[in-house]
Design a binder for this molecule. Structure first.
Ligand SMILES: [Zn+2]
Length: 322
């Protein structure tokens, strides 16, 4: 006798600083509904309501029957352990049992993870479409810098769920002060913020540049000026490329990964971004046979700008819930 198995649905949620995206997929990972809502950040309760709205929106479209919603995976910017969110300063969440709250509300198991760790998991899904790789690093370069690791085919969290937080490794001792309080962290010299700040300071100090005509000087302005061969912008972008290539080398030498995937807002700002990183890698390669062997250019992959790694990482997490 043939009988139809009831459908199974999984929800992935990506919580950002300004918006929340949710997607519901079936067993075959086909997207059934998608929702995007603004996040209200006044307090943890409002954030939770925003998340619940995004989830409810996709549920309303699919209307799963009892037992058909099998799991919700959710990525959030903060430290995540045991279903609780810690130190999510921008979302006013600390020691907050988000998984339990959402699980009770929607009657399904909920798994949480740090957003960049989950983006690494999503990036791994993207890489696996092209190559059978077991070890991969994801380097996110946006307003901040962070990384996530897949080792032996699994997301590697480390002891505290912090594995990959290399944005706060000091790369320029005595350099600019970082949001964490230290001086010269990778994030303080190579993030989107750092690129714009460096250009503003140079212009304020009297450096001649086409950037002095920009009202504010954004990261985008700096990349556009570099494309037009502005010497100051080229200098800044070149330096950022060198710092990021060093970060890529840390990841490759530290974990012997087969791929390093670059993602985050800054990576798609301009055509000059990847050439700057590749020039930095070429420099490292030219100095050492070991580096030449370990850092072939094809090891570094740029993630497409329209692939939401965080969201698809959340879906993958949802599917691992037992
Ligand atoms: Zn720092």
């Amino acid at each position: 006798m043939k009988y139809r198995r009831s459908p199974q649905y999984f929800i992935g949620v990506d919580v950002g600083g300004t918006k929340i995206e949710a997607v519901v997929v079936n067993m075959g990972l086909t997207e059934a509904a998608h929702s995007r809502v603004p996040v209200e950040t006044e307090n943890a309760g409002r954030v939770t309501e925003s998340i619940a709205l995004a989830i409810q929106n996709v549920l309303d479209e699919v209307q799963p029957g009892p037992q058909e919603l099998c799991g919700i995976g959710l990525g959030i910017p903060g430290l995540v352990n045991d279903g609780k969110v810690h130190l999510a300063v921008n979302l006013n969440m600390d020691d907050y049992p988000l998984a339990a709250i959402l699980s009770k509300r929607f009657g399904a198991p909920v798994a949480l993870e740090n957003d960049v760790r989950l983006a690494a998991l999503g990036a791994y899904g993207y890489v696996q479409l092209q190559t059978q790789c077991q070890n991969m690093a994801y380097l996110s370069i946006g307003t901040g810098i962070s990384a996530g690791l897949i080792l032996n085919g699994q997301l590697y969290r480390g002891a505290n769920g912090m594995a990959g937080e290399i944005g706060h490794v000091i790369i320029q001792p005595g350099g600019p002060v970082c949001s964490c309080g230290a001086h010269g962290c990778l994030e303080s010299v190579a993030s989107g913020h750092a690129i714009a700040d460096t250009a503003r300071e140079a212009v304020a100090a009297g450096r001649v540049s086409s950037l002095s005509a920009c009202p504010l000087i954004t990261t985008q302005d700096v990349f556009e000026a570099a494309e037009k061969q502005d010497p100051l912008a080229l200098e800044i972008v070149g330096r950022v490329g060198r710092y990021l290539s060093q970060a890529i080398q840390w990841l490759v030498m530290g974990y012997d990964v087969e791929r390093v995937v670059l993602g985050g807002g800054v990576t798609h700002t301009a055509e000059v971004f990847m050439p700057a990183v590749q020039a930095g890698l070429e420099q490292i390669r030219s100095e050492s046979e070991l580096a030449e062997r370990m850092l072939p250019l094809e090891k570094v992959v740029l993630m497409p700008g329209d692939y939401n790694a965080g969201l698809w990482g959340a879906v993958r997490l949802a599917r691992t819930i037992k």
